[in-house]
Design a protein around this ligand. Structure first.
Ligand code: PLP
Length: 396
């Protein structure tokens, strides 16, 4: 988007003139060992990703918290099947991921302990950034400590454009950016926007969940030039997708910057696991794609896939990136292995969607993703349903 590219370039120019441009300098480590072994189907380790063991005392406590009668205690088992985790592909327990983490820990410990701009950035981090940029079909990528911090870093970098390009000390109303945010966006986006509002760098508009008519209305009534739309791609609570094709249409109409949080789509959606934009065939229309490595990748960390100019701005102004310790090498090594396994063991991705279809056929629920929310009514009813599941269905 030429208008936004020019704005970022101007902001980068302002930073350069004040010697405030920051760049990572990778510490050279030996390249990762040969590619790990991959498998044509599920292994025994895959059960470990969904089966958890609880000691009786914890289980008793959980039930007691809900006021459940204890007369069924002798019937209680200790193993539970976990339906609530985000380890969509079971990669957290995959031998390749365990081995990569263990080997790197043996070699490097949990280091290097420092922010990426000081001493926390290595050639391993660089390698993973390159893989993620390729996966997301973007020029570049920036690894962050978590998905939460990745969203915060994008938001503060966005706000910095208003401040850096303001004529006076504080951006005037017209100099601020206008951010349009879906009502059900993740807390990290909401907090980032609140921060920008407090710093008078942005004016925020919340549109009704996935309501493109409402968004269109808000956009058409906004005279601010610098417009941004930010949305989760796959919503973490309701499990529905943002209407990306319609958002792309509106982007063409209004020329806004489109930022998505693809935390739940990454590795899960699209043939290659490129995420929701791959599924909806609109990768080139997404300007900034944020993600986490703590869900389908089965590891830890966050990232921002974007253009090189945006990366330069985020790493120079994204405070949650700059002032936080970078991911330790064993975690980055495990992410490297997870991305490899995800490419090779495509059956994992197919299996998720087969399970989604199977569950939909069993329950006749209108399900479109692996996040399934069963609305039972009040909060009390939801808690009671949880207790019921805990005490009678999933324990064996
Ligand atoms: C939509 C969404 N964005 C961001 C995050 C934050 O990611 P992380 O857990 O890596 O901080 C989460 C969940 O944790 C999420 O559901």
């Amino acid at each position: 988007m030429a208008q936004w590219d020019a704005l970022v370039d101007a902001a980068l120019g302002g930073l350069a003139s004040r010697s405030l441009l920051r760049a990572t300098r990778p510490i050279a480590l030996a390249p990762p060992p040969a590619p790990p072994e991959t498998f044509p189907g599920p292994g025994t380790w895959d059960r470990a990703a969904v089966e958890i063991r609880l000691d009786r005392e914890t289980l008793r406590q959980w039930l007691a918290e809900g006021g459940e009668a204890s007369d069924k205690e002798e019937e209680l088992g200790e193993k539970l099947i976990l339906f609530s985790g985000n380890d969509y592909m079971g990669l957290s327990s995959h031998p390749a991921i365990r081995e990569a983490a263990a080997k790197a820990a043996q070699e490097y410990g949990m280091g290097p302990r420092g922010s990426a701009l000081i001493c926390g950035y290595t050639t391993y981090h660089k390698l993973v950034e390159e893989s993620l940029a390729e996966l997301k079909k973007k020029e570049d990528c920036l690894l962050c400590p978590t998905g939460f911090s990745a969203n915060m870093a994008v938001m503060t970098a966005l706000g910095s454009i208003s401040s850096l390009l303001a004529v006076g000390r504080k951006p005037t109303k017209d100099e601020r950016i206008a951010i349009f945010s879906d009502a059900l966006n993740h807390a990290s986006i909401i907090d980032g926007i609140r921060l920008l509002e407090r710093q008078q760098e942005a004016v925020a508009f919340v549109y009704k969940h996935c309501d493109m008519t409402h968004l269109d209305f808000l956009l058409s009534n906004c005279s601010t030039e610098k417009k941004v739309v930010v949305t989760d791609s796959l919503f973490s609570m309701d499990g529905d997708f943002a209407p990306l094709p319609e958002l792309v249409e509106l982007r063409r109409k209004y020329g806004f910057l489109l930022v998505i949080d693809d935390a739940h789509g990454t590795l899960v959606c699209g043939e290659n696991g490129g995420g929701a934009p791959e599924l909806f065939e609109c990768e080139n229309d997404i300007d900034i794609s944020v993600g986490t490595l703590s869900k389908a990748a089965g590891c830890q960390g966050g990232f921002v896939a974007c253009s090189t100019r945006w990366k330069r701005l985020i790493q120079s102004r994204g405070r949650s990136f700059i002032f936080s310790t970078a991911l330790p090498v064993p975690v980055v090594a495990s992410v490297h292995a997870a991305l490899y396994v995800s490419r090779k063991e495509e059956w994992r991705r197919s299996l998720i969607w087969r399970h989604v279809q199977y569950f939909a056929s069993l329950t006749k629920l209108n399900i479109t993703s692996p996040i399934i929310s069963i609305v039972v009514g009040s909060e009390e009813a939801a808690l009671a349903a949880g207790r019921f599941s805990l005490s009678s269905i999933f324990i064996y």
